[in-house]
Design a protein around this ligand. Structure first.
Ligand SMILES: Nc1nc2c(ncn2[C@@H]2O[C@H](COP(=O)(O)OP(=O)(O)OP(=O)(O)O)[C@@H](O)[C@H]2O)c(=O)[nH]1
Ligand SMILES: [Mg+2]
Length: 296
């Protein structure tokens, strides 16, 4: 029996959450084409052979400025403590690998084994990959390098086999059928946030947090979920609602469909949009997000 933690780190948008979902075989962490989608540490549990691999998805690491950004990056760094293996995800389509190199350099001090997966190879000409591997592994303590596409699953099986083999002998931490550590209520709010990241542009997704308000299980199996979508300004509320409420209906419908798949039940989803100018400065919202609120 083997069990261990694999912390997945990388610059924003590298494909960390996509990889976690692929390995788990179910959506446990939301994904979008925009940077800074993941805001907290999320566990995804994979059973492979006799191994339980506990994947730790993290927010992308970048230079944080705002309070929320600082809390996100701090959550990523703290997810490295005590892990058995660090898997760095590089984005093969990124204009430069410098930020990933700088990250690997910082990770060295942890003395935890580091593996590298260069992701999005489906979008990168082969000729560019060789120099990229050379650049990323030069004088760095990378033990193994993989070329993968988290989207098409190219290279995923061999990575999974090797991860399973690398896990230390230990009893499993989670029941065999548990896929994640996030409560359903949180995942449901995240799915709504994912649709906002996917459908809305510019700064709006970054001005939003979604919280579960009410959850009712009916005798016939249906689930009624109410959520609050907080925005920072009245103008954002208007954009989110859209003309005659069309935008919010589209978001709610897409979220509802995903939730039905995940929960295997008929879902009734109610979204309430509220303006809370300073939500990103208030402790209670950080607790909801699963982030630490630092006063300094
Ligand atoms: N072409 C291609 N796109 C990918 C691949 N993996 C992820 N993506 C896309 O890259 C974008 C970002 O994916 P995420 O999984 O959200 O990336 P992340 O690293 O978790 O991002 P943050 O949480 O913001 O740090 C999404 O649009 C994905 O569909 C891949 O292998 N190939
Ligand atoms: Mg992510």
């Amino acid at each position: 029996m083997q069990c261990g933690f694999v912390t997945i780190v990388g610059v924003p948008n590298a494909g960390k959450s996509t990889l976690v979902n692929q390995l788990v075989g179910s959506k446990v962490s939301i994904v979008s084409p925009k940077v800074q989608t993941t805001r907290r540490r999320i566990l995804g549990v994979v059973m492979h052979d006799e191994s339980q691999i506990i994947l730790v998805d993290t927010p992308g690491i970048f230079e944080p400025k705002k309070r929320l950004e600082r809390a996100m990056v701090a959550a990523a760094w703290s997810a490295i403590e005590g892990t058995d293996l660090i898997l760095v995800i590089a984005d093969a389509t990124a204009p430069s690998q410098e930020p990933t190199l700088a990250l690997i350099d910082k990770l060295k001090a942890s003395n935890i084994p580091i593996w590298l997966a260069i992701n999005k190879i489906d979008k990168c000409p082969r000729a560019q990959l060789l120099p990229m591997i050379a650049e990323l592994t030069q004088e760095k303590p990378i033990q193994k390098t993989y070329l993968i596409s988290a989207l098409t699953r190219d290279g995923i099986e061999s990575l999974l086999n090797d991860l399973a083999g690398k896990m230390p002998s230990a009893p499993w931490h989670f029941p065999e059928d548990q896929l994640s550590d996030v409560p359903q209520r949180f995942l449901a709010a995240e799915i709504t946030r994912e649709k906002i990241f996917q459908f809305l542009h510019q700064e709006l997704p970054y001005a939003v947090t979604v919280e579960g308000e009410k959850w009712e299980n009916f005798a016939n199996g249906d689930i009624k979920i109410s959520q609050v979508v907080f925005v920072m300004r009245e103008s954002q509320r208007r954009i989110l609602l859209g003309k005659e409420g069309q935008q919010i209906r589209r978001i709610g419908e897409a979220a509802r469909r995903d939730l039905q798949d995940i929960l295997g039940a008929r879902v009734h989803l109610f979204l309430h949009v509220r303006v809370a100018k300073d939500w990103a400065e208030r402790r209670q919202h950080y607790e909801e997000m699963g982030l630490e609120f630092k006063t300094s």
